[in-house]
Design a binder for this molecule. Structure first.
Ligand code: NDP
Length: 278
């Protein structure tokens, strides 16, 4: 039997992960099968247990199960523990389940390798304090940025994240606030990790946050530019991107964890982009 992998989510029909991992497997000559599993919203654990009991060896986890996967895992990577979210599961030799989070590495890889944006000494604004935001903070702090501000609709959640990540003692200025606290500031990079674009919304951001050198990055991806991307263009950002590259890069990191082979992401990303345009 081929090694079995899957992505768990609800909904899951739209997921590009089976396609991406099947491409990676073909490219690297790995013999595996990767499927999408729709887990009941209130019972991720049962679905995941059945999958691993039937011989599953690894899984990705997407909305809304990243916290359930954190609880499900027997062991956690330090980055998954600090992120408080798991997007990758792997069955160990003794049957224990290892939980990791590859979202942040995926983002940093997309920014630096695919978009050619150096994070060194950059002033960064992260919008949102949910699961995705938590996952990207540590890799951003480790990538040489100078400052990070986390802004959220509920500012208390952003403040909690500042406390969680202060323990890393990176020496990087880490602050938080609400939307109003952003007045009169400018950033090299703004990352939208809110789910506002999912509902066609945009946080009430003040004018003047972006410069002609800034990059605006929306974690969400879709065929059409998101409201955040349209706003950033209109505000004069030099570069605007969606999260498709992050999706492919976090998948590549998970694939590497499972198979110890690093797939080439560019051909897969280019193919997905051409489908977006079709
Ligand atoms: P969560 O539900 O965990 O967090 C949602 C965040 O968005 C919270 O900070 C919430 O604020 C904020 N928010 C929700 N609605 C609005 C709104 N209308 N205006 C302003 N803020 C709002 O979601 P995730 O963190 O899991 O996902 C966030 C986004 O990232 C999604 O679009 C998801 O698709 C994308 N994503 C992309 C990935 C990729 O590979 N490209 C990987 C992971 C996620 P509050 O705290 O006040 O409720």
């Amino acid at each position: 039997m081929l090694d079995q992998y899957a992505v768990f989510g609800n909904p899951i029909a739209h997921s590009q992960s089976p396609q991406i991992h099947t491409w990676f497997a073909k490219q690297t000559h790995q013999r595996l099968q990767y499927t999408a599993i729709l887990a009941p919203e209130d019972d991720f654990e049962a679905s995941a247990r059945i999958f691993f009991a039937k011989g599953g060896v690894g899984a990705n986890v997407t909305v809304p199960f990243k916290l359930d996967a954190l609880v499900f895992a027997d062991k956690l990577s330090p980055r998954a523990r600090r992120a408080g979210a798991v997007n990758t599961l792997q069955k160990g030799k003794n049957g224990e389940i290892y939980g990791d989070n590859t979202d942040g590495v995926g983002l940093v890889s997309d920014l630096t390798n695919n978009l050619g944006f150096s994070l060194m000494d950059k002033k960064v604004l992260l919008l949102g304090a949910g699961g995705a935001a938590r996952g990207v903070i540590e890799p951003l702090l480790n990538a040489g940025i100078a400052q990070l501000k986390i802004a959220n609709r509920t500012p208390e959640k952003a403040q909690q994240l500042v406390q969680v990540f202060h323990v890393l003692e990176t020496g990087i200025t880490l602050t938080s606030g609400n939307w109003a606290s952003l007045e009169d500031e400018q950033y090299d990079l703004i990352i939208n990790a809110t789910s506002s674009s999912l509902s066609g919304d945009l946080p009430p951001l003040p004018d003047g946050l972006l410069t002609q050198k800034s990059l605006a990055y929306d974690l969400m991806y879709s065929k059409q530019p998101t409201p955040f991307m349209l706003w950033a263009k209109q505000q004069g950002a030099a570069q605007v991107a969606d999260g498709l590259g992050m999706l492919v890069e976090q998948a590549a990191e998970a694939f590497f964890l499972w198979r110890q082979v690093r797939p080439e992401t560019q051909p897969v990303l280019q193919h997905l982009k051409s489908l977006e345009k079709a």
